[in-house]
Design a protein around this ligand. Sequence first.
Ligand code: TRH
Length: 382
Amino acid sequence: MMRDWHIFCRVVDNYGDAGVGFRLAKQLANEFSIDITLWIDNLAVLAKIQPQVDPSLNRQTVFKVNISRLTPNVAPPDIFPDVIIDIFGGGLPRLWLDALARDFPAGNNIPDNEKPLWIVLEYLSAEAFVDDLHGKPSPPPNIDIPRRFFFPGFNEKSGGLLRERDLISLRDIFLQSPESRKIFFAATLGVPSLPESAMLVSVFCYDTPTLSQLFDVWNQSATPIIALIPEGVADHAINQWHGIENALRIVSIPLISQDEYDQLLWTCDLNFVRGEDSLVRAIWAGKPFVWQAYRQENKAHMSKLSAFLTRYLADAQESEKVTLTRFTLAWNAADETSPAVRWSELVGRLPALTKYAHNWQLRQSQMVDLASSLIELVRDMR
Ligand code: TRH
């Protein structure tokens, strides 16, 4: 078995690149005993969601992951790793490419089992092309080593979703213990006591002007609503809102570690999530969620969003399907409707959507997880 793997992660924006990179590295090191080096170019971003990481160090080991600072001039080791993973196609450093081209030039006769394997881990999507492209060869120019695409996804034809082996059981143990919830709020979030009867909503979003309109509606709710909002995430909407808190309480919470963020999602009644990794974690929470796609040029994210909604809601009753789709589209500013207008509809369907989210997650968790599919792909490439 090939034990030496290097993962390359470039932080383009936000926390998702670092979040996916570290989560994958940690799982491979801890569950598959792989010797992992994670090359990452922005340690400060990683440290925000993995506080054990010291951004001043060029090399360190955290949760069995060897973390190395990625700079444009990093050179490869004397012996290439068995497997190279290029997260989100950020590419390898110039000196690595040069050395690979020198040692494995196009048309070489070196047997494949003596070459490093290269995998390009792509973004998560429910779009149909994923099924066709997952695992397919993607030969690099001027370098003759095996390279394949790996597409995460929501069905057996794709590479699956990141899911640690004990995630679901840890979640269930946490949720069965009222003490864990209390400790979580007091010790992790620094929020002393919250009324049991209130509806807990976590809000992790991009800048969304309509959030302040949602605050207005929440403030008139028959059930008290507590909105837990990570610091810095929705400053604009919070500053813009001049309501006097009635049914709504806005609680600013610190940025917490990835494991703690999971606990937040497990605890809340409804989660607003964004990008890629928090979407996956919201799925594993088994609670209803509203997803905001990472905005791309020319609204390319809209097809991603609608493919996901179609996939996620395929087995839902018509009323749940329509309700969550409408609300999510409004939240993503896909039409002129404010999500505030759609709130009462959504809240009316929340019990059914909660059941649905639980069942969907159960089915999804029967599928092979991303790290295991990666191991399978590597075996297949040899
Ligand atoms: O931060 P994001 O918006 O990242 C995005 C997406 O990954 C997108 O696909 C990518 O193209 C873009 O970045 C550049 O959302 P995402 O993917 O949910 O990542 C957030 C990570 O931060 C996730 O691992 C959860 C973690 N997190 C914490 O650990 N603690 C926290 O308190 C919060 C709010 C998040």
